[in-house]
Design a protein around this ligand. Structure first.
Ligand code: UDP
Length: 328
């Protein structure tokens, strides 16, 4: 299939572009390069530098014969969204609305959307299922939920079929060590720990030690970026083969505490870096673990790279090979 990948030069997008090529599809990447890295794209993949809100996108969709859209482009930092919500409403909500409108006008039938576990907020029951209460506790999660709701209406009324994929903690890197995570500023746990291992930062601070978990630190469900990539392809093929609009969680189904991620990273890297025990970070739920049974049953998806040592080992290879990321 010919698939437009918005945000295809970003972290999860670039891994999915590689997976699409391997699976015999033709990705066309659309990215405004506000956060993405054109260096992450494989040779021969068509790249269009354009914003998702650009109304001329409708012509691109028509002229290129695009069949489906995978929509990754978004601002995705929870902390930033609470300080500067305007850019989240503009880029995520308004930008996605314009993209979805272009898709409707161009007669696109299939749409796969990057959503997030943040749409659930503080869960009452774990593992979290798709029918759990939707009660985001931050602006980022709210913008993603609004886009899901928009897609629901476009699906019902205009027949644009979609899959929304609610990721838990995306982590790891392609095992080639050629592409990986490079955010400015970096806020995610595993890359920050690896920067401590590389000596790029003096220590890693663990946010909170008084949660109601086994060792008092937060528990999260880490899912390998290449397992997310395969879920996107299965979702697009599911829609192409007649699947109805749907929502799926993507996680490994296992929870790991921040302390255990630090300990495993020390074991994988064989480096003993400094750890600081700090205060809780505002808005962090204690435990988030996915039930991904629905994706496994309906899509036939199976996470195969998400054993935590592999997640950290693959991320470590990328960070060792590229201590300054893509070099910007
Ligand atoms: N965390 C931490 N120190 C850091 C960054 C993150 O202890 O420097 C914790 C954070 O409180 C959360 C977990 O690591 O419990 C994962 O955080 P991350 O920002 O990677 O992802 P999130 O769960 O917010 O999507």
């Amino acid at each position: 299939m010919k698939i437009l990948v918005t945000g295809g030069a970003g972290y999860i997008g670039s891994h999915t572009v590689r997976a699409l090529c391997k699976a015999g599809h033709t990705p066309i990447v659309l990215d405004n390069l506000s956060c993405g890295h054109v260096e992450s794209l494989p040779d021969g993949v068509e790249f269009i530098e354009m914003d998702i809100a650009d109304p001329s996108l409708v012509n691109v969709l028509k002229d290129k014969g695009i069949e489906g859209i995978m929509h990754f482009a978004a601002h995705s930092q929870v902390g930033e969204s609470m300080v500067n919500p305007a850019i989240y409403y503009e880029n995520n909500v308004v930008g996605s609305y314009r993209l979805i409108e272009s898709a409707r006008k161009a007669g696109i039938k299939y749409f796969v959307f990057s959503s997030t576990a943040a749409v659930y907020g503080e869960p009452k029951v774990v593992p979290i299922k798709e029918d759990s209460e939707l009660n985001p506790t931050n602006v980022y999660g709210r913008t993603k939920l609004m886009i899901e709701q928009m897609l629901q209406d476009y699906s019902k009324i205009y027949g644009l079929r979609y899959v929304a994929l609610r990721y838990f903690n995306a982590a790891g890197a392609d095992s080639s060590g050629e592409i990986g995570e490079d955010h400015t500023p970096e806020t995610h746990l595993i890359p920050l720990i690896l920067e401590a291992a590389l000596g790029k930062r003096e220590a890693i601070t663990i946010f909170g030690t008084d949660y109601d978990t086994e060792d008092g630190t937060c528990v999260r469900d880490y899912i390998h970026v290449n397992d997310l990539a395969s879920a996107h392809i299965l979702s697009m093929e599911y829609l192409r083969d007649g699947g109805e609009s749907n929502v799926f969680n993507l996680g490994s189904g296992s929870g790991f505490s921040v302390q255990s991620i630090v300990d495993t990273t020390k074991a994988v890297t064989e480096i003993d870096f400094n750890v600081i025990y700090g205060e809780r970070r505002a808005g962090d739920p204690g435990t988030l673990i996915a039930s991904s049974e629905k994706a496994q049953t309906v899509l036939g998806w199976k996470p195969v790279h998400s054993e935590v040592k592999q997640v950290i080992g693959d991320a470590w290879r990328w960070h060792q090979n590229h201590p300054n990321g893509y070099g910007k």
